[in-house]
Every structure is written in structure tokens, then in C-alpha cells.
Ligand binder design. Structure first.
Ligand code: AAL
Length: 399
């Protein structure tokens, strides 16, 4: 038993040192006995399964834990009935002005019961990518279309949506989702790229998608039903979504969400995982990582560089939803904190000093909300570190 405990303790120590960002590796690791006492385990007691898990977590560090609230935007991005504005990109600060790109469409959604050639099947169907600017991140001025759907017959002729933005080498890049008409249930969704010399465009679109689903499952029958499969294939066999490129370690890391043919409900949510594809140049080619999938949960991608690695806020689906994770290499992520309810579809403020502390980049940013099932609008969120809990009227002072 004692030997087992020693082997387990060694594993825990390796895990803790291996996982923690460099700055947080304490010079002197506490002994397991000291750790157990710090957790309030009575001296000499055995460790329950829960306490073994607690001891395997990185050093008790509160800096990854946040609370948040959302507020409506003002100006052109305030909620407008009849208009969909959703899935904001990262916010770039250029010459003192904030820029955001987003999906925009008009009118109600009919869904999949009618004519998929003519109807609008989702709020993100029949979208173009628009952009807006702001001096304070609260009041926004809509500037017009950035990237439009392609001509009939093109790979992006039906909808271009869910953009992300980054800059590199003096150029501006947008990555986004594409769909070719008709927008059926079984249609594949790909990722494309556009680039420009100015945030105001003109934008040059990639001739073909830069990332596509693996499509290595097999549909059963010809009914337009995504649950009927002979085989499911990889985690991204059906759709590749929510692209976000981070320049990292001299390469370009494209994080994305994979949807699977024959998707099921697992762990109480949709069967969703994140993938990574890496390129030497911003325009690609992007090669899917041999470590894919790099998450077991999640939905929209929300990733940022921190302490030489990559942090990721995982929301919505899967057993690890509502956690912030960190990896030293952009691939092997460990849970750092749990964030109840975490905002979705986040557009991060890329001008933040994100090395200041783990969640500095989350101090404020953009998210979206469903005002009605048909219409969504962009909101601002703000977060703060959770540092105390006290009853009404009770002092929160510790000394
Ligand atoms: C979002 C994103 C993608 C999906 C749809 C629009 O939450 O995951 O963008 O395709 O919903």
C-alpha cells in the first residue's frame, strides 16, 4: 500500500510539474503530507479518490478562476429585430480603434422542413461577414461588408460566417466557415481564409477551403439524416467549424471544432471535440495534427497564448465544458479552472496584455446572445477574478 502510494505520489509530482506554466512551478514542491494538510485532510488519514484528484491538480492557484457578466452594445451593434449579428471575431486594435468582424444575415429562419435551396435553414445561413469599429468597445459603428458569399457554384456560394481575425507580417487575415448550396442536413462545412493589406479590405479569398472535414464515415441510406450512419468516421468527419489561427512557435496553429457524422449525445451534451491543423505560412497548407482531437469537449474556439503555451476556454458540450485549460505545446491541455456558465462564442480582445495574468485577456470582450430563436445580437462581457465569498454585511477582509 505504502509502495503504491509512493508510485502514485511520484506520478502526481511529475504531472504537476509537467503541467504548470513555468512561472507557477514552485521551487520547492510540498511533500504529499504537507499538501494533504493544506487541503484540510486530518493528519494520518488515507486519501479518498476525491482528494487524490485534488492533489493531482496544479498547485492551488486561484488566478485562473473568474466570474463574469454581460451588457448590451450601443450604436449600430445594439440588438435590431429582423437582423442576425453573431459569432464575433477577436477584437483587433489598429491605430487606436477597435475592429470586430461577425456573421450577419437578415430575416427569420425556416429550418430544414421546406426547400433547402430557397429557405434559410439556420440563423447563420445566407450570411456575409461584416465589420464594425469602436473607440471604447461599447459603442460600435458598422462599416459594411468585409467578405461576401461567392458566386453561384463556388464552394462558398451559400454562406460565409463565424470569422476570426489575426494580423501577421503587416497583413490582416480572416478565417471563417463556408457552405455550398443547397444547405442540407448532411452538407459538409469547410474553413476558408481571406487576406487584406488594410482592415478595411479589399479582401482576397482563398480559391478553395484551407480545411475540410475528413468525411471518412459512411452515411446510411439517402435520407437527409445526419444520425443515420454505417460508420461515424473521425471526430471531424462531418463539419469543420469555428476556425482560429494563432501564430505560435514560428508556425500557424489553426484550432477548430469538429462535428462527426452520426453525432450522439455523450456526457450529457453533443459529441464535440476540437482539432488542430498546423501550417508554415498563414495561407497554409494546414496539416491536421497527429494528436487530434486535442480536446474531449467544447464548442466555439477561444484560445490565447499564455506563458509560452496556449490557453483555451472550453464551453457548452462535453464532460470538460466550462473549464479553462492550458498546454505548454498547444496540444496537450490540462484543466486549470472551472468557470460556471462561461460566455459562449467569445471574441477575445487581442490587444490585452495577456501575459499579465492567465485570464487578463478575458477582462472584457464580445459574445453573443439569442434575443429570439431567429435573431441574435453581439454583447460585451467583462470578467474579474474570483477572490472572495462573503455573506451580506460580512467583512471580506482577511486581516
Ligand atoms: C456556432 C458555431 C458555428 C456553428 C454555428 C455558427 O456556435 O459553433 O458558427 O456553425 O454555431
Amino acid at each position: 500500500m505504502k509502495k503504491q502510494f509512493l508510485i502514485y505520489s511520484a506520478m502526481v509530482a511529475i504531472l504537476a510539474v509537467g503541467c504548470a506554466p513555468k512561472s507557477e512551478v514552485k521551487k520547492e514542491e510540498k511533500t504529499d503530507e504537507a499538501k494533504a494538510l493544506a487541503f484540510g485532510v486530518p493528519k494520518g488519514n488515507k486519501l479518498s479518490a476525491a482528494m487524490k484528484r485534488a492533489m493531482a491538480w496544479p498547485e492551488r492557484d486561484n488566478s485562473w478562476f473568474i466570474e463574469y457578466e454581460v451588457e448590451p452594445l450601443k450604436g449600430d451593434l445594439a440588438y435590431e429585430e429582423g437582423v442576425v449579428r453573431r459569432d464575433p471575431s477577436s477584437i483587433l486594435k489598429i491605430d487606436g480603434l477597435y475592429y470586430v468582424w461577425y456573421s450577419k444575415s437578415y430575416g427569420p429562419t425556416q429550418g430544414f422542413a421546406g426547400d433547402m435551396e430557397k429557405d434559410k435553414v439556420f440563423p447563420w445561413d445566407r450570411c456575409d461577414i461584416w465589420y464594425a469599429t469602436s473607440e471604447d468597445g461599447i459603442t460600435w459603428k458598422e462599416m459594411g461588408k468585409a467578405v461576401e458569399r461567392g458566386q453561384k457554384g463556388a464552394y462558398d456560394d451559400r454562406s460565409v460566417f463565424t470569422p476570426e481575425a489575426f494580423t501577421w507580417g503587416g497583413k490582416y487575415y480572416l478565417t471563417y466557415q463556408t457552405v455550398k448550396s443547397p444547405y442540407t442536413v448532411r452538407v459538409i462545412e469547410c474553413v476558408a481564409l481571406a487576406w487584406a493589406d488594410s482592415p478595411h479590405g479589399p479582401w482576397h479569398k482563398s480559391e478553395a477551403p484551407i480545411l475540410s472535414p475528413s468525411q471518412n464515415g459512411e452515411w446510411e441510406g439517402t435520407e437527409d439524416n445526419r444520425f443515420k450512419v454505417k460508420s461515424k468516421g473521425d471526430f471531424d468527419s462531418h463539419k469543420t467549424h469555428d476556425p482560429c489561427v494563432i501564430p505560435f512557435k514560428g508556425k500557424f496553429y489553426l484550432y477548430y471544432k469538429g462535428e462527426r457524422m452520426g453525432e450522439e449525445i455523450t456526457w450529457g451534451g453533443r459529441e464535440i471535440k476540437h482539432g488542430l491543423a498546423i501550417a508554415d505560412k498563414p495561407e497554409g497548407p494546414y496539416i491536421k495534427s497527429e494528436y487530434n482531437p486535442i480536446s474531449n469537449s467544447g464548442h466555439e474556439i477561444c484560445v490565447w497564448p499564455y506563458k509560452g503555451g496556449i490557453a483555451s476556454l472550453i464551453t457548452t458540450d462535453g464532460v470538460e465544458k466550462n473549464t479553462i485549460q492550458w498546454s505548454p505545446d498547444g496540444i496537450n491541455f490540462e484543466i486549470m479552472s472551472v468557470i460556471p456558465g462561461a460566455p459562449h462564442a467569445i471574441g477575445l480582445n487581442r490587444s490585452a496584455d495577456n501575459e499579465k495574468e492567465p485570464t487578463e485577456i478575458l477582462r472584457w470582450g464580445l459574445t453573443h446572445t439569442y434575443n429570439t430563436p431567429d435573431y441574435q445580437s453581439i454583447l460585451r462581457f467583462k470578467t474579474w477574478r474570483k477572490t472572495f465569498h462573503s455573506a451580506k454585511g460580512e467583512s471580506s477582509a482577511r486581516k
